[in-house]
Ligand binder design. Structure first.
Ligand code: NOJ
Length: 478
């Protein structure tokens, strides 16, 4: 008897501990949106199929077909349905809709038909579309004509393209992401020679400035012209990492703040305050473009939500600024070093297929709370979070589907989302990158980010991985 009472008591005492460790759908508000994500360039087709025009990435990709979502979109929708996922973030390919970039040069009707079919198929299956307008897919014609993002013409052409999308699809698409990871496109693109690199001190800032303007005028266009009838929302997806001071020194703390400023704040601060972060203005004052008063008014407040793409975190160590320093490249402007380990201990385990990703789930929680505390609790969707495995074709498919490591990755991150929600962060959704294995920028087909496996040797057949089954069960009750 006594023994039984003890057992009952210990079980009772154990339950609260278990319930924080265990994750359930009901830990999240019922209107919280769980979804999966992808992008056109990484999934659809070979560059020129279906009347698509050239894009700036085609130069790197050659004629290698993507994983055929252009043809297999119905299979993709079934994959989403099989996972009980009710939200899908995909991107619209600008060169597929407007092959030469400019609206005046003509629209590819096959492109319009394709996205209409995809959107209708999603809705028929009870899945809400979240459409990204620009996910690294710039029409080459605009690069050739006026250097793409470096010209103010980009702002007008992007707005025209967005207008076409709102007009064509806005009756059914209620969540729009203007631009994906502008930090990556404005910085990595120019570093890698994409689209051009002839002034690494100035071009990333100039490109970023035009991206911010393009986003803001597009937001305004939607607000003024479409929102009253379509009643949707418009945001942007920003890359974020959490930066931990390497040592508890004021200089390393400031370095952590600068690292945030030069990555996420670079775009987020103008959208919230109408201007760049203080540290950027102080350090890059001779090269950072400025907003005119009129631009500032359009830029400030130009979002309904902010999308956050989170994968990893870093330590930061401050570097001294010497009066004699001459800037050589924008990525040295923040005067800091990012590190993946401290005293020989890595910040987290390195992800299988991608050496840049050190798994640090607490960093996502920190990012969310920082957005709550320092940016007046703006509305957030986590628009990407996911785990890459190294592609290993020597594995039997059944073995390759056993991605327990991805399940743990997702659960560990979701626990921090749950915690941030409880602490008051205004988080409305969480999207897993990616719906299926696909082309990875910079790594090609060497890694697999998918919840669903793609068999490259057998007509890109899709198979749900164990993580897809986990997600299906997790989402069962919603
Ligand atoms: C960010 C990008 O938006 C996406 O295109 C990429 O595949 C993932 N992160 C993973 O690196």
């Amino acid at each position: 008897m006594l023994q039984n009472t003890f057992l009952a008591l210990s079980l009772l005492l154990y339950i609260p501990a278990l319930s924080t460790a265990y994750l359930e759908r009901t830990d999240f508000p019922s209107d919280f949106k769980f979804g999966a994500a992808s992008s056109a360039l990484q999934t659809e087709s070979s560059p020129h199929e279906g009347g698509r025009g050239s894009g700036t990435w085609d130069f790197f990709l050659g004629d290698i077909p993507a994983v055929q979502s252009y043809y297999k979109y119905k299979d993709d929708v079934q994959s989403l349905k099989n996972m009980n996922v009710k939200n899908y973030r995909f991107s619209i390919s600008w060169p597929r809709l407007i092959p030469n970039g400019k609206l005046s040069s003509g629209v590819n009707q096959k492109g319009i038909d394709f996205y209409n079919n995809l959107i209708d198929e999603l809705i028929a299956n009870g899945i809400e579309p979240f459409a990204t307008l620009f996910h690294f897919d710039l029409p080459s014609a605009l690069q050739d004509e006026y250097n793409g993002l470096l010209s103010l013409n980009f702002v007008d052409d992007f707005k025209d393209y967005a207008d076409l999308c709102f007009k064509s699809f806005g009756d059914r698409v209620k969540h729009w992401i203007t631009i994906n990871e502008p930090h990556v496109f404005a910085s990595e693109g120019y570093k890698m020679g994409l689209p051009i690199q002839n002034d690494p001190k100035r071009h990333p800032y100039a490109a970023a400035h035009n991206i911010i303007l393009a986003h803001a005028v597009t937001f305004k266009l939607y607000q003024d012209t479409y929102k009253p009838t379509q009643k949707g929302e418009v945001g942007i997806s920003l890359s974020a990492q959490w930066f931990l001071p390497y040592a508890p020194l004021p200089s390393d703390k400031q370095a952590a703040q600068r690292a945030w400023d030069f990555m996420t704040g670079w775009f987020l601060d103008p959208l919230v305050t109408g201007d760049y972060p203080f540290s950027m203005k102080a350090i890059v004052r001779d090269r950072l473009p400025t907003f005119t008063q009129e631009e500032e008014e359009v830029v400030r407040g130009s979002f309904d939500f902010i999308g956050i793409n989170y994968y990893t975190s870093r330590y930061t160590k401050s570097l001294k600024i010497e009066p004699s320093d001459v800037p050589t490249s924008f990525d040295k402007d923040h005067y800091l070093q990012t590190l993946t380990e401290k005293d020989g201990v890595p910040i987290g385990k390195q992800a299988g297929g991608f050496d840049q990703i050190y798994i640090y789930p607490a960093g996502l929680g920190e990012v969310l709370l920082h957005l709550k505390d320092s940016y007046s609790n703006l509305k957030i969707y986590i628009t990407e979070n996911g785990y890459p495995e190294k592609r290993n074709d020597s594995l039997e498919i059944q073995t390759a589907l056993q991605d327990d490591v991805r399940i743990h990755f997702l659960q560990d991150h979701l626990k921090h989302v749950k915690k941030a929600l409880r602490e008051g962060a205004n988080i409305k959704g969480y999207f897993i990158w990616s719906l299926l294995d696909c082309m990875e920028m910079g790594s090609g087909y060497t890694i697999r980010f998918g919840l669903n496996y793609v068999d490259y040797g057998d007509d890109y057949r899709r198979y749900p991985k164990k993580s897809a089954t986990w997600l299906r069960e997790f989402l069962t009750d919603c």
